[in-house]
Ligand binder design. Structure first.
Ligand SMILES: Cc1cc2nc3c(=O)[nH]c(=O)nc-3n(C[C@H](O)[C@H](O)[C@H](O)COP(=O)(O)OP(=O)(O)OC[C@H]3O[C@@H](n4cnc5c(N)ncnc54)[C@H](O)[C@@H]3O)c2cc1C
Length: 473
């Protein structure tokens, strides 16, 4: 039997495909890189996932887990070919426990659907990526995703209590548990952010967060980007940690306004969206602190949303920002780097300098409170040499962030996109330790090979001898 026939035998002929159109669809994510899937399987049960993993191992074929494919770092791209295992049909939410504020969730549940399902209990899933209408909990766990409201609540890792996972040998394990601090090594923490390289997540026990009693959403307009960036540090230094603190520059404000008419201040160089979640008695005081700091940094307008409709429109504008770029250019490269908040001002200036020198159109919309930058380069990929120019500028931007004490990614992950930059932030020993961990989980390198760790990461093959050139983990 061929691999295809064996996959059909353990699942269903309707859910295994090698039709060119399906392979094409599953050979890319929302980023720029593409791969070549050999076959795509849509799993519906734990047993099917176990069987598919075992078949991949037996045939020595790479296996790439996939959620909604909204990733931007090529994590779900089958760069080495092989099986793309799509988990979107495993989308059951069960055991919603409003007292303990937890629920068991399938990997294919869409992020926003989880919060919709728990809304009757006045609870929600706090990590809210801007892609939350499409991305899945499995993808969120694998990428340790963040979102505008992760500033005060923390990213996905802070909201996952336990993970049920299929290991590379097809065995099922549960890592973590309902207890807030389970004993033993925190393997749950190891798996969150591992981008499908250590196992396939088939269920997770998620923490649910109470809806805030009072919400105030503010839009502050600034005549300079530097003023807006300085206000970000200033607000937090003044003792207020807003639930969200997002920044958009003029290019982005104009693009969104032309599309959605959200009332954004298009005359301004930048705007901050600040949202406070607090007790009703504290709301006015927190708003006043933010207003005061914003005005000190030169804000020309500080608006507080008057009602839920105005608040929703502000967030719709922010979360639809990437869609608005289609008016500017057919393609975009959305970057993801981090710098310490206190170095935002100089780093942002450097981002503009790099884009200007390369004659590229760049806009910014990002989670400013976390120092998590998202420079977005809009371009036309059909222009000869353009993609190379964009990638070169993007690499220069990462280097500028690393030089200022930053890291490679705040939330989109490393995937294939930044794999070869890992050596700029990790020593050989660091990479070796990570490669050994991968080896423990996946000794035959079946699960999402050639992601996260660059070639040669495993510098000593346990006996102490270096691995041959080009060896990958
Ligand atoms: C417009 C836009 C806005 C975005 N905004 C944000 C944002 O605000 N914050 C943010 O963090 N990200 C953001 N992203 C990136 C992306 O949406 C997130 O990384 C998201 O979590 C990916 O989920 P997905 O279901 O699409 O996963 P995919 O793209 O399908 O996969 C992502 C990674 O997860 C692995 N994976 C998927 N499911 C499983 C599983 N069950 N078990 C093991 N591994 C698995 C894949 O192998 C891959 O490595 C944005 C993307 C877009 C296009």
């Amino acid at each position: 039997m061929t691999l295809f026939d064996e996959l059909v035998a353990v699942t269903d002929p309707e859910r295994v495909t090698d039709r060119p159109f399906d392979l094409h669809l599953h050979s890319a994510d929302a980023g720029l890189r593409t791969g070549e899937a050999t076959v795509v399987v849509f799993a519906e049960t734990t047993e099917e996932v176990c069987d598919v993993v075992r078949l991949a191992a037996r045939h020595g074929v790479p296996l790439v887990a996939r959620g909604a494919g909204t990733g931007l770092a090529a994590g779900a791209v089958p760069t080495e070919g092989g099986i793309v295992l799509t988990l979107t049909r495993m989308n059951t939410i069960s055991d919603i426990d409003p007292v303990n504020r937890t629920a068991w969730v399938g990997p294919g549940v869409i992020n926003l659907d989880l919060s919709r399902a728990t809304a009757p209990f006045d609870l929600h899933f706090a990590p809210d990526p801007s892609s939350q209408q499409a991305c899945t909990i499995g993808g969120n766990i694998a990428n340790n995703s963040g979102g505008p409201h992760c500033l005060s609540e923390g990213s996905t890792v802070n909201h996952i209590l336990a993970i049920e996972m299929v290991m590379a040998d097809g065995e099922v394990v549960i890592l973590g548990g309902a207890a807030p601090d389970p004993i033993g090594l925190d393997l749950r923490g190891v798996v969150v952010g591992s981008e499908g390289t250590l196992g396939i997540v088939i269920r997770a026990l998620v923490k649910l967060t109470p809806d805030p009693p009072e919400v105030r959403t503010m839009l502050c307009a600034f005549p300079t980007v530097e003023g807006a960036a300085a206000a970000v540090s200033g607000i937090i230094a003044a003792g207020v940690v807003p639930a969200a603190l997002e920044m958009m520059d003029q290019g982005m404000l104009v693009a969104v306004e032309n599309w959605l008419h959200a009332g954004f201040p298009t005359e301004s160089a930048a705007a901050l969206i600040a949202e406070v979640h607090c007790a009703p008695e504290a709301a006015d005081a927190e708003v006043d602190v933010i207003r005061e700091v914003a005005e000190q940094e030169g804000a020309t307008e500080v608006r507080v949303a008057r009602d839920e409709a105005e608040r929703a429109l502000i967030w719709k504008g922010r979360k639809s920002a990437f869609g608005a770029i289609a008016q500017t250019a057919p393609n975009y490269y959305l970057h993801d780097t981090v710098v310490p908040r206190t170095r935002l001002v100089e780093t942002i200036s450097e981002m503009y300098r790099i884009a200007d020198d390369a004659d590229l159109t760049m806009m910014n919309v990002f989670h400013a409170g976390d120092g998590n930058l998202h420079p977005l380069i809009a371009f036309d990929a059909t222009e000869p040499g353009m993609a190379d120019k964009v990638h070169a500028a993007a690499d220069e931007m990462v280097a500028a962030c690393v030089a200022r004490g930053g890291v490679l990614s705040g939330e989109h992950g490393i995937g294939a996109e930044k794999r070869d930059l890992m050596g700029t932030v990790f020593t050989e020993l660091d990479l070796d330790a990570q490669a050994r961990l991968k080896h423990v989980f996946d000794p035959d390198r079946v699960l999402n090979p050639r992601k996260i760790l660059p070639a040669g990461s495993r510098c000593f093959d346990y006996g102490g001898s270096p691995l041959p050139e080009g060896t990958w983990i």
